[in-house]
Design a protein around this ligand. Sequence first.
Ligand code: SF4
Length: 82
Amino acid sequence: MTEKELLNQGYRKYSGKAIDVYFNLDICQHSGNCTRGNREVFNVKRKPWIVVDNAEANEVERVIKNCPSGALQYIMKVNVDK
Ligand code: SF4
């Protein structure tokens, strides 16, 4: 999806240097995979609850791929070594 499509669907954007993260609370199933996956990036006790640059872009991508609902999406902005 493009950023425009995500924002139109109600996703909120959290910007990072190399990767942008998008979250849609209406879709979230509260599985906790994200907060368990990386508490430095995803921490519901903090505002903002997502701080993208607290981990490498590849790590943020890894955690988002474990989101079961699609509530978390990302757009990689630069090529990063895998
Ligand atoms: S992993 Fe996805 S569905 Fe689960 S709590 Fe996080 S955002 Fe919500």
